[in-house]
Design a protein around this ligand. Sequence first.
Ligand code: 13P
Length: 250
Amino acid sequence: MRKTFICGNWKLNHDLETTRATLREMIQKLPSSRDVEVGIAPVTTTLFAACEVAKGSRIHIAAQNVHHAEKGAYTGEVSCAHLRELGVTHVIIGHSERRQYFGETSGEVAQKTRAALDMGLVPIVCIGEQLEDREAGRTMAVIDEQLAPVLDVLHPPDVPTLVIAYEPVWAIGTGKTASAAQAQEVHAHIRAQVRSKFQEAAEQVRIQYGGSVKPSNAKELLAEPDVDGALVGGASLTADSFVGIIEAVS
Ligand code: 13P
């Protein structure tokens, strides 16, 4: 059985004090049953404080990005080891905003995924098509192009750890959610791609949906057989809406 995994991506939002306060409020309001795994990815400079607040709670702290190298002349970057020593357990890799605004390639996403796995971090690898791709009937081709380099760096024991987030770019921050059927179609395709390389281990890979997930639509999306969780932007910024999503799917 795959454990449902809901992770908030705070992107470039919340200062140090708001990060502490929001996490405290979430910890206090989250339902006690642990049938859903919960994570929050705050801004890099707040990771240390976030790990302190979340210690001993059910919230995992995730980074929003990482560099693949262990150390060296990479000004401005942060390594997996740096994240680990803070208590970070997960890392979002290849978010569409990083691909779009920072030119991150699928090859780099694969390198980062390998580095995260080697350091014992859970990679949340983001893939998803632009609106033009969907309209041109290229959704699955784009998914395959983004996924293949990642699958190429995996060894069979890594497969159950991997989390993939399907985030159609046209649904991010737009209020336009993919329908449950649209999400399921792509999630099933992603799992089939993993299965073609790693056989039954593909059943253990968790595939999150991301794009305008909120308390009112989370249950319907997660009712689909291959939708194993959500990567949540805007609706993860306040405790009430994030906890509302967890409650809706618990
Ligand atoms: P929204 O939930 O704000 O659409 O953002 C989705 C996302 O990009 C999560 O990584």
